[in-house]
Design a protein around this ligand. Structure first.
Ligand code: ATP
Length: 198
């Protein structure tokens, strides 16, 4: 089984790319979704988050107090602290899941994470795919997709590091500056290429 990490900025086309690979039989896991799930299910992580950010980080029904945590972590520049708690648990979970999927006979295990290359290239992926797209196009696409305000999207983009500077850490760089169909074709072609090269 090959483990592929897929990364890129907001609206660069990561999800679209991964969905194409899913169609080809890859097992895809989205870091954000798993992280959200672990933050309300992993008892040790829950306790660590409460110890660090306060019991108010959770509501009485056990769900995450998103508003509070957003204020504490994002507005107060404590995102790194939150990531330092979540990421080790997340990677452990992903590693375990990958083992299970390998035993099930999955040939491509895809891990989609915007923060994949945050601390350099992670050891537990065999290949890295980086998606890049023109910033104006990314803004336009996300505004359209989420019904978000342009300023909000620009603000989120400004909080991410520049992905253009990470090409040296990637095995494959996909430029998503054409049509949606072009991206899907590129994704499918890369699937074939990766397996030809194994
Ligand atoms: P995020 O980081 O916000 O989760 P993402 O990197 O996963 O975004 P996608 O969700 O795949 O990006 O793409 C963002 C939006 O732009 C989607 O609505 C998608 O359909 C659209 N899109 C992606 N690529 C293109 C393209 N080449 N032409 C037109 N629309 C596109």
């Amino acid at each position: 089984m090959i483990r592929i990490g897929v990364t890129g900025g907001i609206g660069s086309g990561k999800t679209t790319f991964c969905k194409e690979w899913e169609k080809r039989g890859a097992f895809v896991v989205f870091a954000d979704d798993v992280a959200k799930e672990l933050m309300v299910s992993d008892e040790q992580l829950i306790q660590q988050i409460k110890d660090t950010f306060g019991d108010e980080a959770y509501l009485h029904d056990g769900s995450l107090n998103r508003e509070y945590l957003a204020e504490e972590a994002f507005a107060k520049n404590r995102v790194e602290e939150l990531n330092a708690l979540v990421h080790p648990v997340l990677w452990k979970h992903i590693d375990e899941l990958a083992l299970i999927k390998e035993r099930e006979g999955i040939e491509a295990f895809v891990y989609e994470a915007a923060l994949l290359l945050k601390k350099g290239r992670p050891k537990n992926v065999d290949r890295v795919v980086l998606l890049l797209a023109d910033e104006q196009q990314r803004i336009k696409r996300v505004v359209y997709r989420d019904g978000a305000k342009e300023e909000q999207v620009k603000d989120r983009i400004s909080k991410q590091n520049s992905f253009e500077e990470l090409t040296h850490l990637a095995d494959y760089v996909i430029r998503n500056d054409g049509s949606l169909e072009d991206l899907k074709i590129k994704a499918s072609e890369l699937f074939d290429r990766v397996f030809e090269e194994v």
